[in-house]
Design a protein around this ligand. Structure first.
Ligand code: APR
Length: 169
């Protein structure tokens, strides 16, 4: 199955699991995290209190509560510090660990936001390459969507996917 690109609000997507770009407390924040908590309702924060936080690169799941998605997979992206602090590896771990967890809980479809590219400052084009590198290995197992909130992010993904097609991937 081809990776789907979507421009819009991830909280509206009717998929089995949406991924949240959270912080280590898992207790909410701004950006996509804030939007997910608002749309899911207060039960999400109450549930997340029981999860005991999450380390960078790891993932934990919760119900979606009032969201159309059945589950939320919370992952914590790296804060961009210039690129020599293991950020690329940690970002790849976010995608990989979210996908492993999605498979464990039985999700057949999953939507990712552009993790770390907002408040955490990761350069969007580099992040798109890492996200697609990990996701490409999962296309036979799950329906994958990248949910971009900004047109510019969508352009990065379109360009990367077109490069891949030209290279015969
Ligand atoms: N749907 C989809 N994507 C969204 C939405 C939304 N409703 N709102 C924002 N985004 C996009 C941003 O445009 C960006 O591309 O999500 C991407 C990630 O940005 P952030 O939400 O700022 O996440 P991140 O950079 O990983 O920073 C995480 O932000 O709010 C806090 O608690 C969170 O402290 C953590 C930090």
């Amino acid at each position: 199955m081809a990776i789907q690109l979507h421009l819009g609000d991830i909280t509206e997507l009717n998929v089995d699991a949406i991924v949240n770009a959270a912080n280590p407390t898992l207790l909410g924040g701004g950006g996509v995290d804030g939007a997910i908590h608002r749309a899911a309702g207060p039960e999400l924060k109450a549930f997340c209190r029981t999860l005991g936080g999450c380390a960078t690169g790891q993932a934990k799941h919760s119900p979606g509560f009032a969201l159309p998605a059945r589950w939320v997979i919370h992952t914590v992206g790296p804060i961009w510090q210039g690129g020599d602090q293991n950020e690329a590896r940690q970002l790849a771990h976010c995608y990989q660990n979210s996908l492993v967890l999605a498979e464990e809980i039985g999700a057949n479809s999953i939507a990712f936001p552009c993790i770390s590219t907002g408040i955490y400052g990761y350069p969007a084009d580099r992040a798109a390459r890492i996200a697609l590198d990990v996701m490409q290995a999962w296309t036979a197992r799950m329906q994958l969507t990248v949910c971009c909130f900004r047109e510019s992010d969508l352009s990065h993904y379109r360009a990367r996917l077109a490069d891949g097609r030209r290279a015969g991937q």
